[in-house]
Design a protein around this ligand. Sequence first.
Ligand code: HEC
Length: 292
Amino acid sequence: MLGNLTIRKRIMVILAAVYAISLVVAVTGGYFVLKQETTREAIEKTELFAAVMSANQLYMAQNIRPEILDRLPDLYFPEATVGIQMLVETAELIQQKYPEYIFRVVSPNPLNQTNLSDEFENRIIHDFSKLRYDNWEGFIEKNGKSFYATAIPIEARSGCIWCHSTPDAAHPEMVEEYGTESGYGYKIGDVVGARFIYVPTEKAMAQTMKKLGVSVLVLSVLFLIAFLLLDAFIVRSIVHPIEEITAIATDISKGHMEKEFKVRSNDEIKALADAFNRMKVSLVKAINIIKK
Ligand code: HEC
């Protein structure tokens, strides 16, 4: 197929094929590398978020709650004694600045109905209680958005029971606020819920696509420059000299024996022109012999 094309077109077709292959390699390779990068970034952010929240909870458990329970045993002050309430409320403050980051402490049997687990969260909580693994992480789609999510199970311990066993055992103020229907019946050792952190990957993916776009643009510009330079070179060094040689050969074939093959370069085409000149000299000699 290529055999029917001019040299110039043939070289351009080959270059276009190299460009297409490079583009495919750059886009698929680049996408893979950048995707890895995005994943790593999402994991790092999630881990940092989780570590900060766990540290908050630990600080309350070690420094605030024991002191409050000791000094004011009858006081119902969940802001300083309920770790989960503190986590949820801290997360709300964080979300004011980073609305896309989602932090949830959920249960299929919650006191606060906004902490009710959804279908995906129920599945993970179910797996936590059946298979007893201690964390889950992965990519998920939620409300049409993609997130990197991590989850850890929440197990009922002896310290939870006075609020989460029966409404009678719990503080009356708590029961008044949350009702008697849901959030009770905890048994020590049960997985009663899970802490989920969702970090959006969309923003990072959009950046990935932008970076990929820039790479494609740079590659295309480089190839365009290569196309133009190579084309100019082919025309100057191959096409024009061959056209000149063809014109002179045509003239000579019509009897203009005084014409000379002339080439400015000093390459294979020059060698061809020199060979034609020698052939012409031999031809002239042969014609003269025949004439005599
Ligand atoms: C002083 C009472 C109290 C204690 C002790 C307590 N919780 Fe809670 N817990 C609450 C309250 C109140 C909420 C609702 C917080 C909110 O409104 O977001 C809650 C919320 C939760 C939630 C989120 C789902 C829901 O019910 O709204 C989970 C899960 C949970 N607690 C588990 C535990 C575990 C596990 C322990 C023991 C380690 C524990 N709680 C100890 C009062 C308590």
